[in-house]
Design a protein around this ligand. Structure first.
Ligand code: NAP
Ligand code: F7E
Length: 370
């Protein structure tokens, strides 16, 4: 202990400091995604050491972590990134061995429903088999005598698909896309590992949650990006698919707290997380346009390529169990969410306009994608 304290005092061995020994460690797959970034911030604020798995990419994919990332050479850095992929079990095992986490949040996924119809095998490999790979690695980690790990599995309201609303933990699944089928498989792998091996594995069944960090090809962000640009004359048209689909949209920042709460319970379980309120895509469009004082009817057209071979028409969650057992409830309303996203994207559009006015070229990524 003396040696540890000495080393820590002279600042040479940060890893051996007593604070580090008691600091809880979380490992997040999908840390570079929308939820991964909010969860990292949340856990760092709670005093965790946070480790994330990132994929090698030819361009930087850590943009959402820029505000919280500190150089690991800096004393006190508590966010650490490791290269890995859910399609490779070997790296997952090595990362587990190196990190020795207390909690794992499995958020990694090919998460785009429309894309899953085009890349169904890959989606199944990452979303279903990837979860299985990670569960197997955690199981062996425990058998090797390491400390018990609590595991959060990112389930989705898409698993309910065509089931009648309101959907709760007891509603039978009726998946309508390769993505949703893969999430159902991952859900049942998680249940089976809990029951067969006594592992602490919890499924969060989260309804849609959005934010200014939402990927730009999901409908809410696609709308707020396009309408704000249209309002400043930077774009003329927005092409969308089915405007009648109903979704229970919440704020991602609220939902990551529910993930954490689930892993603080005395035993593992399954929880639906939702606002209980549904709105159509058309209503989202109207609300975003109203924020900007824009008449959207002249600038929005339908493009059938955004339709899905099998659509999920109506999702509305019943999160009574999470509210009662976790004490969780959403803080941000639908209107506040729309307003927050529009304000963020309006600022982005203003920056773009300023650059253009100053003679700089500016490209918008993914504007024509799903
Ligand atoms: P997201 O923004 O699409 O992020 C997905 C993350 O997974 C990214 O970090 C991505 O890395 C990573 N990833 C993709 N393929 C991978 C692979 N083969 N190996 C390792 N990492 C991989 O998704 P999100 O909205 O944050 O959602 C988080 C999780 O919750 C996902 O599992 C999603 O399916 C689920 N979910 C989301 C919602 C929602 O409304 N947001 C609702 C219910 C469930 P790159 O950055 O390199 O692409
Ligand atoms: O579509 C309709 C589309 O892609 C919502 C993922 O995070 O939440 C997300 O999946 C609705 C659908 O999200 C366009 O047909 C119309 O009915 O924003 P989305 P999603 O499919 O609900 C669940 C819970 C997840 O788990 C997923 O990972 O909007 N829609 N026009 C459109 N959708 C898109 N993307 N683009 C359009 O142009």
């Amino acid at each position: 202990m003396y040696a540890v304290l000495c080393l820590n005092w002279i600042g040479l061995c940060e890893l051996a400091s007593p604070e580090k020994e008691f600091m809880r460690k979380a490992l997040i797959t999908g840390i570079t995604g929308q939820d991964g970034s909010y969860l990292s911030e949340f856990l760092l604020a709670k005093g965790y050491e946070v480790h994330g798995i990132i994929r090698r990419a030819s361009t930087f994919n850590t943009g959402r972590l820029d505000d919280i990332y500190a150089d690991p050479h800096e004393l006190g850095a508590r966010l650490h990134l490791h290269y890995g992929d859910l399609t490779e079990g070997t790296c997952l095992r090595r990362i587990l061995e190196a990190v020795q986490p207390d909690e794992i949040y499995n958020l990694a996924a090919q998460s785009h429903v429309r894309v899953s119809f085009e890349q169904s095998e890959y989606t199944g490999d990452v979303v279903a088999t990837g979860t299985l790979r990670l569960l197997e690695a955690v199981r062996d980690h425990g058998r090797a005598g390491h400390k018990d790990v609590r595991f959060y599995q990112a389930g989705s309201s898409e698993m309910f698909g065509a089931a009648k609303p309101p959907q709760s933990e007891t509603t039978p699944f009726y998946p309508r896309s390769p993505y949703a089928v893969a999430k159902v498989a991952a859900h049942w792998y998680a249940v089976n590992y809990r029951e067969a091996w006594g592992m602490f594995v919890t499924n969060g069944i989260l309804f849609n949650h959005e934010s200014p960090r939402r990927g730009e090809t999901f409908v809410t962000r696609k709308i707020t990006r396009a309408l704000t640009r249209i309002s400043l004359g930077l774009q003329k048209k927005l092409y969308l698919g089915n405007l009648d689909a109903l979704r229970d949209w919440g704020y991602a920042g609220d939902y990551v707290e529910a993930m954490w709460l689930m892993l603080q319970q005395p035993s593992p379980d399954d929880f639906v997380v939702a606002t209980g309120e549904s709105h159509s895509v058309r209503e989202f469009l109207e609300a975003a346009a109203a924020e900007l004082g824009l008449d959207w009817t002249g600038c929005v057209d339908t493009d059938p390529r955004y339709f899905r071979p099998t659509e999920v028409d109506y999702l509305r969650g019943d999160s009574s169990k999470a509210r009662a057992k976790l004490g969780w409830r959403p803080a941000v309303s639908f209107r506040e969410l729309v307003s927050m996203m529009v304000a963020h994207d309006l600022e982005m559009a203003r920056q773009e306009r300023t650059l253009l006015a100053a003679g700089h070229r500016h490209s918008v990524h993914g504007a024509s994608m799903t």
